[in-house]
Design a protein around this ligand. Structure first.
Ligand code: FAD
Length: 472
C-alpha cells in the first residue's frame, strides 16, 4: 500500500508525488494532519485557515473521484505527527510514503522526526521538490556559497530551468470513483468553529479548480500587460494567485508552464518574462530560508542590524495597523489588508518600509501583523519581503532604501483611485491634494495629520545603520 502525505500541496494536478504514487498501479491512500495549535503558534490568519480547510474539502472529493481515500487526522501540532503517522502506517500496512518537500525549519524538524519514526517500520519515503521550481540547494555561486543577491540568483535560475524544467506528467486514468473521505466531519467542524466574516471570504474562491481557472484567466487577459501595469494597485493587473501558490492548490510548475507557453505570442513575451521573475523571487526567498536557518529563528539576515535600537511606541504601531498614519497610500493599503486579507506587492513594500524606517519599529512586529491577516501568509516570502524592506535582508543596494510615501502615492496611484476606494474621508479630494491632505486640512477634516514627518527619515536611518555596522 502507498501513502500520499498531503501538506501545503492541496491539489491533484501537477503533483509529482501523487502522480508517482498512482503510477505504481498499487492501492494509494492519502492523509492530512490538521495542526491548529501549530497555526496558533505561528499567527496563521483565520482567513488563510478557512482557505486551507475549504480547499481540503474539495481535495477530499477530487481524490474520492479517483478512488483514493483521504484521511484527515487531528494532530494539534507537529510534535504529534510522527507518532500518529507511525500508527497509521501500521494500521494500513503502508510500505511507501510519497510527499512534496517543505523547507521551513519546523517542517524540516517534523520530517526528520517522521523519518526516524518510520525507519524501524521499513517504510520507504520519497520526497519531491514540487513547491518550488528550482530546489533550494541546487544553485551556488562560483565560491560554492548560496546566492544572496537576487539578480545573480535569477540569471542562474533561468539557465537551470531552461535545461531542467519538465511539466509533471498527467495522472493515470481515474480508477473507480469510490474513495472515502475519513475525517471530513472534523474539517467541517473546524470550519464551523471559525469566525471569519463573509466580508472577508467573499473576495476569495478556495480550491484547485478555482486556482486553475484564475491562472487561465490571468494568462489570457493580464499576462501580456503585466510588466506595464503590475505596479498600479488600482488595477487588477497581478494574478492574485499567491494564496493558491502558498497552500499548494496551484503548483509553481503550472504557473511557469502557462507563462512559457504564453511567450510563444510575441505580444505577451515581455509580460510573461516579467511574471516569471516573480516566481523566481518566490524561489529566491525559499532558498534564503532553507540556507540561512537564522531567519527561521526570528533573526535578521544581516546580523549587524540586530544592534539597531528600534522604538517601542504602541500608539504608532496601532496607527499603522488601523490605517491612521496620515499618509494616504499607507493607510489605504493597511485598510485593504485588513478588509480583504491581501495587499498589492508595491504596497507591501511601501507599508513595510514605512513601519521600519518612518516609524522606526521592529520589522518583526509588521511581519507578524501581516501573517495574522494575509490569506497568502507564507513564512519565506513574508520574512524575505519584510527584511528586504527593513534593510536587514537581501536588498543589494549600497544605501538604505527609503521610499517617500508621498512620491510613491503620486507615482503609483496618480489619480488617487486606490486611495479613494479605501479611505472615504479623502474621496472628494483632487488628484493633487489626495496625496498630501495635510496641505488642505479643511478639505478632509476627518482624516488625521501625519503621525511622523517624512523629512529627516533618510538621514536618521542612514546614521543608525552605519552606527550598527561600525559597532558590529
Ligand atoms: P503576482 O504579481 O501575480 O506574482 C505571481 C506570484 O509570484 C505570486 O502569487 C507569489 O507567489 C510570487 N511572488 C510575487 N512577488 C513575490 C515576492 N516579492 N516575493 C516572493 N514571491 C513573490 N507573498 C506571499 O505569497 N506571501 C506573503 O506572506 C508575502 N508577504 C510579503 C511581505 C512583504 C513585506 C512584501 C514586500 C512582499 C510579500 N509577498 C508575499 C510577496 C508579494 O507581495 C506577493 O506574493 C504578491 O503581492 C501576491 O500577489 P499576486 O499573487 O497577484 O502576485
Amino acid at each position: 500500500m502507498n501513502l500520499l502525505w498531503y501538506r501545503n500541496d492541496l491539489r491533484i494536478h501537477s503533483h509529482r508525488a501523487l502522480q508517482q504514487a498512482l503510477e505504481r498501479d498499487e492501492p494509494v491512500i492519502a492523509v492530512y494532519f490538521l495542526c491548529e495549535q501549530q497555526w496558533d503558534n505561528h499567527d496563521v490568519a483565520p482567513l488563510r485557515r478557512w482557505y486551507v480547510l475549504q480547499s481540503l474539502l474539495e481535495l477530499g472529493d477530487a481524490l474520492a473521484e479517483r478512488g483514493v481515500d483521504l484521511h484527515v487526522l487531528d494532530a494539534g501540532d507537529f510534535a504529534a505527527v510522527p507518532g500518529l503517522l507511525a500508527d497509521f502506517v501500521g494500521e494500513h500496512g503502508i510500505e511507501r510514503l510519497f510527499c512534496s518537500r517543505e523547507y521551513p525549519l519546523n517542517e524540516l524538524n517534523r520530517d526528520r522526526a517522521v523519518a526516524q519514526a518510520l525507519e524501524p517500520l521499513g517504510v520507504q519515503i520519497t520526497g519531491f521538490d514540487d513547491s518550488v521550481l528550482v530546489p533550494p540547494r541546487t544553485l551556488n555561486t562560483g565560491k560554492g556559497t548560496p546566492y544572496t543577491v537576487f539578480s545573480a540568483f535569477k540569471k542562474r535560475w533561468d539557465v537551470w530551468l531552461d535545461s531542467h524544467f519538465e511539466p509533471v506528467a498527467a495522472l493515470p486514468a481515474a480508477g473507480a470513483g469510490n474513495g472515502r473521505f475519513v475525517g471530513k466531519g472534523g474539517v467541517e467542524s473546524a470550519l464551523k468553529k471559525m469566525t471569519v466574516p463573509d466580508s472577508l471570504t467573499r473576495h476569495w474562491q478556495p480550491g484547485e479548480a478555482a486556482a486553475l481557472k484564475q491562472l487561465d484567466d490571468f494568462a489570457e487577459h493580464h499576462l501580456a500587460g503585466y510588466r506595464k501595469h503590475r505596479d498600479f494597485p488600482s488595477q487588477p493587473a497581478t494574478s492574485a494567485l499567491s494564496a493558491a501558490l502558498s497552500a499548494g492548490t496551484l503548483s509553481p510548475a503550472s504557473c511557469y508552464r502557462a507563462a512559457t507557453l504564453a511567450m510563444a505570442d510575441a505580444g505577451a513575451r515581455d509580460g510573461a518574462a516579467c511574471w516569471i521573475g516573480e516566481l523566481a523571487w518566490r524561489d529566491f526567498y525559499r532558498q534564503i530560508m532553507a540556507r540561512f536557518p537564522r531567519v527561521s529563528r526570528g533573526g535578521a539576515f544581516r546580523p549587524e542590524t540586530e544592534l539597531l535600537q528600534w522604538s517601542q511606541d504602541p500608539d504608532l504601531f496601532q496607527a499603522w495597523c488601523e490605517g491612521r498614519t496620515g499618509y494616504p497610500l499607507v493607510d489605504a493599503a493597511m485598510r485593504q489588508l485588513v478588509a480583504t486579507g491581501w495587499m498589492h506587492n508595491r504596497l507591501r513594500m511601501v507599508t513595510a518600509m514605512f513601519l521600519s524606517k518612518h516609524l522606526w519599529l521592529d520589522w518583526r512586529l509588521g511581519e507578524r501583523f501581516f501573517m495574522q491577516h494575509l490569506i497568502d501568509g507564507d513564512f519565506a516570502a513574508n520574512n524575505g519581503g519584510w527584511q528586504w524592506s527593513a534593510s536587514s535582508g537581501t536588498d543589494a543596494v549600497p544605501y538604505f532604501r527609503v521610499f517617500n510615501p508621498v512620491r510613491q502615492s503620486q507615482r503609483f496611484d496618480a489619480q488617487g483611485e486606490f486611495i479613494a476606494r479605501w479611505v472615504p474621508a479623502l474621496r472628494e479630494l483632487d488628484n493633487k491634494t489626495v496625496h498630501e491632505p495635510w496641505k488642505q486640512p479643511l478639505l478632509a477634516p476627518d482624516y488625521p495629520p501625519p503621525v511622523v514627518p517624512h523629512a529627516g527619515v533618510r538621514e536618521r536611518v542612514t546614521e543608525a545603520f552605519k552606527a550598527a555596522k561600525a559597532q558590529y
